[in-house]
Design a protein around this ligand. Structure first.
Ligand SMILES: *[C@@H]1O[C@H](CO)[C@@H](O)[C@H](O)[C@H]1NC(C)=O
Ligand SMILES: *[C@@H]1O[C@H](CO)[C@@H](O)[C@H](O)[C@H]1NC(C)=O
Ligand SMILES: *[C@@H]1O[C@H](CO)[C@@H](O)[C@H](O)[C@H]1NC(C)=O
Ligand SMILES: *[C@@H]1O[C@H](CO)[C@@H](O)[C@H](O)[C@H]1NC(C)=O
Ligand SMILES: *[C@@H]1O[C@H](CO)[C@@H](O)[C@H](O)[C@H]1NC(C)=O
Length: 338
């Protein structure tokens, strides 16, 4: 074995080893997310087996979307934060993408500490379903006002001062003599029963109301149909203030994450195939001329390499692409040194 041949074999061996290490590392890490999300549906109290877009507690953030974090309270019920309010999650139906939620601050009493209207308007991710009716709550009213209404009660306002409160079906009755009013949605059925006297205000509140959540339904269905698990990742982009991250949908597959759905042919397998072709051709010295041409062209015109990379980027995942570039670099070095 001539020293040159030995040198070239050694370089080849090291390249292969490097490729092997990179591949097993990246392939393994990517498969982890698939396994992790599949084996950790969200469970808390009566809410069981909930999948994307929800996450929280044992279930990792990449298994869901940022805004859909659930926190389990005393192993009994999960809570979710929407805008400034915290809600108890009573039901989740992932088939219809709806959940039944109730305001946590009104769960143990109809007098909130802070008078905040339930407003999902600011959030495009959650919208009321068509079974929602609104109750207008008035607090801090004078007796002149409460004496005139049917459903009155008292609430401490500002800590100590106890004053009248009532609810109405519309805000149109321009109430003067009350400090504050808020809107609370309730179920249509609860609303009817409240006015019939079959339910108390507290019972009506505690039945919650339905919201439809928008969580890439179509994309997620396509991902699941292809054998994947819906999840998320981050896009990094540079701005004046530094790096900005934005969440994006990812379909975790057995091989690696894909933007939308799992490929029929495994991308990792395809990467391996590409690599074999490169190695075989290199061994037979069939490709070395082409590679030299390619490399020279690159120095002449960077666009050629870019189009080469773009061509393979469409076929191969980033890790494989990195390997090919590494391999090209080592071949280039070999050619130069020999
Ligand atoms: C979930 O929603 C679907 C579609 O509206 C419905 O058929 C199904 O019965 C619901 N599941 C539960 C548990 O309510
Ligand atoms: C209540 O109503 C009476 C008569 O309508 C009026 O004289 C009185 O000022 C009112 N009180 C308040 C606190 O508005
Ligand atoms: C509540 O309303 C009734 C009439 O519906 C009235 O007689 C009563 O005084 C009111 N209570 C308060 C605290 O204003
Ligand atoms: C509470 O009291 C403060 C001043 O003491 C007042 O500015 C505020 O409007 C009161 N809030 C309500 C809801 O009555
Ligand atoms: C409601 O009352 C306020 C003053 O308290 C008044 O400026 C406003 O025009 C009233 N709105 C209606 C619809 O009557």
């Amino acid at each position: 074995m001539s020293p040159q041949l030995f040198q070239s074999s050694l370089a080849q061996f090291i390249t292969l080893l490097l490729i092997f290490i990179i591949c097993t590392k990246s392939c393994h890490a990517e498969e982890e997310r698939y396994k992790n999300c599949r084996s950790h549906p969200y469970n808390c109290g009566s809410i069981q087996g909930v999948k994307y877009p929800f996450w929280g507690d044992e279930r990792q953030g990449f298994c869901g979307r940022d805004e859909f974090e659930l926190k389990c309270i005393n192993n009994q019920y999960p809570i979710i934060q929407i805008d400034t309010l915290t809600f108890r999650v009573l039901k989740i139906n992932t088939t219809s993408s709806t959940m039944t939620i109730a305001r946590n601050d009104l769960w143990n009493g109809v007098c909130p500490k802070e008078f905040i209207s339930t407003a999902l308007k600011a959030s495009s991710l959650f919208t009321y379903d068509n079974m929602v009716r609104y109750l207008y709550m008035f607090y801090g009213c004078t007796s002149n006002v409460t004496e005139q209404v049917l459903y009155n009660f008292t609430c401490p306002i500002n800590g100590s001062r106890s004053s009248g409160a009532f609810f109405a079906s519309f805000v149109g009755q321009n109430v003067t003599g009350c400090d504050v009013n808020i809107v609370v949605p309730v179920l249509w059925t609860a609303y009817e029963e409240l006015w019939n006297g079959k339910l108390t205000l507290q019972q009506a509140f505690n039945q919650g109301f339905n919201v439809v959540y928008n969580a890439d339904d179509v994309v997620c269905s396509a991902c699941e149909a292809s054998g994947g698990i819906c999840g998320s990742g981050f896009d990094f982009s540079q701005s004046e203030d530094g790096y900005v991250t934005s969440e994006k949908f990812l379909c975790f597959c057995q091989d690696q994450p894909h933007p939308l759905a799992c490929d029929g042919a495994s991308a990792a397998g395809m990467g391996m195939l590409l690599m074999c072709i490169i190695i075989c051709c290199y061994r037979r010295k069939l490709w070395s001329n082409k590679l030299i041409v390619l490399w020279k062209k690159k120095t002449e015109n960077d666009q050629n390499l870019e189009s080469f990379i773009r061509h393979y980027k469409a076929l191969a995942p980033k890790s494989v692409l990195r390997m090919i570039i590494l391999h090209l670099a080592s071949v280039h070095e070999l050619i130069q040194s020999s």
